[in-house]
Design a protein around this ligand. Sequence first.
Ligand SMILES: C[S@@+](CC[C@H](N)C(=O)[O-])C[C@H]1O[C@@H](n2cnc3c(N)ncnc32)[C@H](O)[C@@H]1O
Length: 389
Amino acid sequence: MGLIHSLNERIFHHIHNKSLVYNACWEDPRCDRQLLQLTPMSRVVVLTSAGCNALDYLLDDVAHISCVDVNPRQNALLQFKVALFEGSDYDTLFRFFGDGKFDRAREVFYDCVFPRLHDAFSRRWWEYFIDAFSGRGLRPSFYWHGSSGVAAWLIRQWLRVRPSAWKMAQALFAAKDMEEQAYYYDKLEPCFFTPLFTWALRQHAFQSMLGVPTSQQKLAAAPYSSGLVGYFVDCLRRVLRNLPLQDNYFWKLYFYGHYTSACCPNYLKSEYFSVIRQRVSRISTHTSTLSEFLKQHPGQYTHFVLLDHQDWMAREPAMGSALEEEWRLILDNAAPGAYVLMRSAARELDFLPNFIQRRVVFDIETAERVHRQDRVGTYASTWIGQIVL
Ligand SMILES: C[S@@+](CC[C@H](N)C(=O)[O-])C[C@H]1O[C@@H](n2cnc3c(N)ncnc32)[C@H](O)[C@@H]1O
């Protein structure tokens, strides 16, 4: 058991330390902004992921957003987007991150992006990765690159090789109303969760490509007799069957490989381009753990957006002290009444350090209401809390 666990950890860390994992943010900023109550006084700390949501928060005119990620490739991705806002125009931004491919990608990269990247790692890494936008090869979209992009592409191929499943999936994503959507989902589900696919879904290497470490797999699987498969069946039913897909740019992205101007994150909408451009200098990127960031940049932050990363430290004895240290640093660097937003694959956050119960008041009702509208739909719970003295 110990050997398998340590092998699994190695696989996850190998993927996480060597690849871009998230090519698009996998949390719904429409829900975040309802919960966070951002204002021009807000000083936000958020884990970078693909940076889409930090750009979205700028629409609330916040004072500053510190984007922190241990994976430097995630920060390099956000720096690329910031550089396009600063140095190009809406069409160019959309060609890169809306279409996911651009025949002039290399040329525009060297003219406008390269000089604006903040550090040597980002410059070197993008020189190596820029062809992900070339639109050529087996995976002709940026969104089929990075480990989660490759995983999404594999799932899509799995659908495409079976004409009836592919036809149903196409009908599902084109459904005109909820009745039609439910009809096609019910037909698709048994063709999707076949024994071969559910076997693949349970594999640690596949979960690692999706950015789901062992600790989070355990949290997700715990309430289900069929483990992780039960978790994913529930999630997919909720989001693909029971919530409208029309404006669900998260799932449509991985079905089509690109966004459209009508169904995309706010940072890719033409009406927001100039306002985001004016405010984009309020974003800074930091490559380190959240704890290291808070030690190096102490302050009075009003919002901590932790995504689901505390699942990564849950119930791992070796990580228990890291979780405690992170919470102590959050409390020490919080402005009065600061908000903490997090998501989890667990239904209950029973892995948080005990002292959190005295210092963070969670608004369970509001979080549950907003969670039900979440277009990502792959988390079991959403939590919004305020820090009290
Ligand atoms: C937790 S993952 C989850 C992805 C997410 N649900 C999303 O919106 O795409 C988000 C990012 O957190 C980073 N991360 C994980 N643990 C971290 C830590 N302790 N400090 C800083 N970044 C961390 C990962 O590298 C990853 O890019």
